[in-house]
Design a protein around this ligand. Structure first.
Ligand code: HEC
Ligand code: HEC
Length: 284
């Protein structure tokens, strides 16, 4: 009898210890579960991104190096997503893109809403089945988790270059060394211009923005007192300053223009790219 009580007591104490230990570990298990869940979501998102988004945004989300389904290099039509102004916020997690687009909600909701509903009037398609797109809610969540996961210290701590672009005047080009047209042709693809405007030699048809094959002449007719060089320079730096009339599928829309407004920022790293691009498009 005595022995049974002793064994019973020990067994009871052991059970309590094990249960107590399990209870202590519960929050960690929950955390591990959450991490594993997030990890799986990001992994699934990566596959979705590769199959649906990389053609326009690039496999690394930088808006460079896009390929079509046949594996050929094409110009990227989409904006960079693996990109400080989109992902890196201030203390309240507001990012430069949210401010630029007047978005009042959270960053996650900003990205999710563009992915789900697309951006009307631009090449960014609708993805959510709720708006007539091809994806379920969980697929949207996964690909959004994958995009948001590009935020990291290296991306956010990087000093972004800013260049003081010379103001518009017909002499502004003298501020640049001579442009290299051959390099301009390469840049025209790597900046994604060809993704929307096609190739000026007609080998790739324009599909979103106007055909630029005659821009060296037409550019001088768009705005009074503007030379073609001034017009193209301003079109690249400030697409909203003037909306061209004729786009490949009808009248061009805007402002806001469907042409990304961040080339001034992107070219700041290499202002000479502007001179090379102008040399290519205008033969200057
Ligand atoms: C056909 C080309 C195309 C495809 C495919 C595409 N996008 Fe886009 N995306 C764009 C364009 C163009 C924009 C810029 C729209 C604008 O001018 O505001 C954009 C904008 C975005 C933005 C907002 C970026 C910002 O800074 O405002 C996000 C986020 C985004 N895309 C995510 C995705 C995801 C995720 C996919 C795949 C599910 C995808 N896109 C597929 C063309 C595309
Ligand atoms: C996402 C698509 C897209 C990309 C990428 C893009 N553009 Fe555009 N671009 C447009 C659209 C749409 C217009 C017409 C609306 C407007 O005038 O802003 C336009 C207008 C222009 C015009 C004025 C054309 C005219 O006939 O008056 C020039 C010049 C131009 N873009 C040059 C460029 C260059 C150079 C690049 C690359 C650095 C580029 N664009 C990248 C869509 C794009």
């Amino acid at each position: 009898m005595q022995v049974k009580i002793v064994i019973g007591t020990i067994a009871f104490m052991l059970t309590m210890m094990i249960m107590g230990f399990a209870a202590l570990r519960e929050p960690t298990r929950l955390e591990e579960y959450t991490h594993a869940f997030e990890g799986r979501s990001i992994e699934n998102g990566a596959k979705i991104f590769e199959g649906n988004c990389a053609t326009c945004h690039g496999m690394n989300g930088k808006g460079e190096e896009c390929e079509n389904t046949a594996g050929e290099k094409i110009g990227c039509q989409g904006l960079p997503l693996n990109y400080q102004p989109l992902l890196c916020g201030d203390i309240s997690d507001r990012t430069a893109r949210m401010n630029a687009m007047n978005w009042a909600g959270t960053k996650d909701a900003f990205v999710e809403s563009v992915v789900a509903a697309g951006r009307g009037g631009t090449a960014m398609p609708v993805w959510s089945a709720q708006f007539g797109g091809p994806m379920r809610d969980d697929e949207i969540k996964n690909v959004v988790a994958f995009v948001l996961n590009w935020e990291n210290d290296a991306l956010c701590d990087e000093e972004l270059p800013t260049f003081d672009w010379p103001t518009l005047a017909d002499t502004f080009l003298t501020d640049f060394p001579d442009g290299d047209a051959a390099n301009g042709e390469t840049l025209y693809v790597s900046y994604g211009c060809s993704g929307c405007h096609g190739a000026p030699d007609g080998s790739i048809p324009a599909n979103v923005g106007p055909d630029l094959s005659a821009i060296a002449v037409d550019g001088g007719t768009r705005i009074e007192d503007y030379t073609a060089v001034m017009y193209v320079y301003e079109s690249i730096l400030e697409p909203n300053a003037y909306i061209a009339e004729q786009c490949p599928t009808g009248p061009c829309v805007g402002p806001p223009s469907a042409m990304p407004a961040n080339f001034a920022e992107r070219m700041s790293a290499n202002p000479q790219d502007m001179a090379d691009m102008l040399a290519y498009l205008l033969g200057q």
